[in-house]
Every structure is written in structure tokens, then in C-alpha cells.
Design a protein around this ligand. Structure first.
Ligand code: BTN
Length: 275
């Protein structure tokens, strides 16, 4: 089915019915509930609250605006009204948290593939899970987890995607960024983008418990924007220089240094290119 990513003049608001009806049947079957909110503190916080009240897998929450959008490493996620995508999904997995190694990288692949299928050019990934267009940050992924005593992991997958960043919000952003409108050279429909994202993300979450990260690793490497580049990896006070050599089976970053190969796991680690 061809999807219309263009928007007519004026603001296009998020539309629950349009999103639900646009989903592929396989994704629609995995959607338990779609919440479309005007304003929330954070879609991740909202889904976590609802999970604590009993929501299971397949709760999807989007908001027009976040007043306390959360980024990685304690950062704020700039979330102006009716401009971008703020999306969170819930999923329950059986087993230990270690089984979810690589989940956030697999989410990056799903987001990148959804953007490519929507025609956004120059898409790449920066370890651990920044989504880039033309080398600048287009989106980010924040996975939060509630480990249960009953050998289950309840997970919230949060995705922020810059679609049409308004002028007034730009001053708040403290890193190199871009948006889908700039990358595509014109307005795009957030509803159509959300449909593409959910068509990829719901089946990914459904399959990850059994398949794990293995089927996603090669696709992640194919999108790796830093492969073979000279980088500096910072973890706490420690900075290490080397050549980025992709990721291992668990999704950890492999760095070739003067002292040999080193691996870095997610969390508080950041990577930048040596200029
Ligand atoms: C990053 O720092 O790169 C991750 C950003 C994740 C932002 C998204 S927006 C939707 C969801 N709700 C939040 O509060 N954060 C995530």
C-alpha cells in the first residue's frame, strides 16, 4: 500500500484512528492500546505508570508535547508541541534482563528501516542508539526496564524523532541535530511516519524474546555511521581513542586501540569522531 507522507498546509495533529487503520494487519494484531495525548511529562513515564497499574505488552503512547522528555544519560529531550514524534511502547519479556542485551540496538535498526522506507535519505546509526541523517542526530532511543521478581522484564521503549523542529525550540538543543523535514526537503506527515515505525517496532518486540539480537546484528553493522572511523570513547572520567570496529554479538562497541581490542557496553558511555 502506498502511504502519503506529505501534509497539507497547516499543522497536522496526531490522529489515533488514522494510525490504527493504517497499520499492517500483523502490527495491528500486536497493538493492545494506542494512547494519543496532548501533553504529558514524558511518554516513557506515562507507559511506566500504566505498566505499574497492570498494562502488559502492546501499549503504545504518543504525545503532541512533553514537558519533561527524558534523554539518555540524564539529559532533557527537547519536546515542543505538534512538531515531532514522542513515542513509547510497552513489552513484557519472560526471563532474565540479560536476555534483552542488544534490544535498544535492534530498535535503532527498526527505526532506521522505517525511516528509509518513508524515503528519508542518509540514514545511519551511531552506537549505542542515536539515529542520524546526513551525520546529524535525527532521533534517540531510551529503553527503561522494570525487573520483576517473577522472572519477567517489563520494558518501555521510548523513541524521540525530530520531524519539524520549530525555531523557538532550537536554542534549547545542546548537540548537533537535524529533522526529517530538513532531510527530506519538505513537510512530512507524523501520522504516516508513526504507522511506518509501529509496523516495524511491534513485530520486533514480539520476536525479540525468541530471536534475540542475532538477526539484527548484521543489519545494525550495515547502518553503522562510525565504522572504521577514528573515535574517542568516554566512560565516566576515562577517554579512550581508537578505531571503531562495529559491535560484538551482544551489541557492545568494539574499539581497536594501541593496546589491542577493547569492548564498551552501553549506559554512561559516549562516542565522538576525532575531528
Ligand atoms: C536520547 O537521549 O538520545 C534518547 C531520547 C529519547 C527521547 C524519547 S521521546 C519519547 C520517550 N519519552 C521520553 O521521555 N523519552 C523518550
Amino acid at each position: 500500500m502506498s502511504r502519503d507522507y506529505r501534509v497539507p498546509a497547516g499543522v497536522e495533529l496526531l490522529d489515533r484512528q488514522r494510525i490504527e487503520e493504517g497499520l499492517q494487519p500483523s502490527a495491528r494484531a500486536l497493538l493492545a492500546e494506542l494512547v494519543v495525548a496532548d501533553v504529558l511529562d514524558s511518554t516513557n513515564a506515562e507507559v511506566l505508570r500504566r505498566m505499574k497499574e497492570g498494562a502488559g505488552s502492546g501499549l503504545v503512547c504518543v504525545a503532541e508535547q512533553q514537558t519533561a522528555g527524558r534523554g539518555r544519560r540524564g539529559r532533557n529531550w527537547v519536546s515542543p508541541l505538534a512538531s515531532n514524534i514522542y513515542l513509547s511502547l510497552s513489552w513484557e519479556f519472560a526471563g532474565e534482563p540479560a536476555k534483552l542485551e542488544g534490544l535498544s540496538l535492534a530498535v535503532g535498526v527498526a527505526v532506521a528501516e522505517a525511516l528509509r522506507s518513508a524515503g528519508v535519505p542518509g540514514i545511519g546509526l551511531k552506537w549505542p542508539n542515536d539515529v542520524l541523517a546526513g551525520g546529524a542526530k535525527l532521533g534517540g532511543i531510551l529503553v527503561e526496564m522494570i525487573a520483576g521478581a517473577d522472572n519477567t522484564c517489563r520494558v518501555v521503549v521510548g523513541i524521540g524523532l525530530n520531524v519539524n523542529m520549530p525555531q523557538h525550540a532550537i536554542a534549547e538543543i545542546d548537540q548537533s541535530w537535524t529533522d526529517v523535514k530538513t532531510a527530506m526537503g519538505g513537510d512530512v506527515s507524523r501520522n504516516a511516519l508513526l504507522i511506518s515505525l509501529l509496523d516495524q517496532l511491534l513485530p520486533l518486540l514480539d520476536g525479540f524474546e525468541v530471536g534475540g539480537f542475532t538477526p539484527w546484528r548484521e543489519r545494525w553493522c550495515g547502518l553503522d555511521a562510525f565504522a572504521g572511523r577514528e573515535v574517542i570513547v568516554t566512560s565516566g572520567e576515562q577517554s579512550t581513542a581508537g578505531i571503531a570496529r562495529g559491535i560484538d554479538q551482544s551489541g557492545a562497541l568494539v574499539l581497536e586501540t594501541a593496546l589491542g581490542s577493547q569492548v564498551f557496553h552501553g549506559g554512561e558511555v559516549s562516542v565522538r569522531i576525532v575531528q
